[in-house]
Design a protein around this ligand. Sequence first.
Ligand SMILES: [Zn+2]
Length: 91
Amino acid sequence: MNDETRYYWDEDAEEIICPYCGEKYEPSYEDCYIGGEYVDCYSEEEVELTCDRCHKKFKMHGYPAGWRYRTETIDGEATCEEVERLLEGNS
Ligand SMILES: [Zn+2]
């Protein structure tokens, strides 16, 4: 693993959090849309999503114990520097 090119949102969260810019998405049974696509928030399958805000792709994995979500960048999609820039723009 190369820390220069990967960034993890490594806390399990109750919301789906973009691992690049920190945008939060509320999970919902019926109307959770990310990147214009319906997201099944209550499936244990890993899904690939595109953030509405920064338009980068990330992976989302739901854990059924209380429904928590972990997100992960996709290889090569962002450098640490890019992530820092996005986070600075967020504050
Ligand atoms: Zn984002």
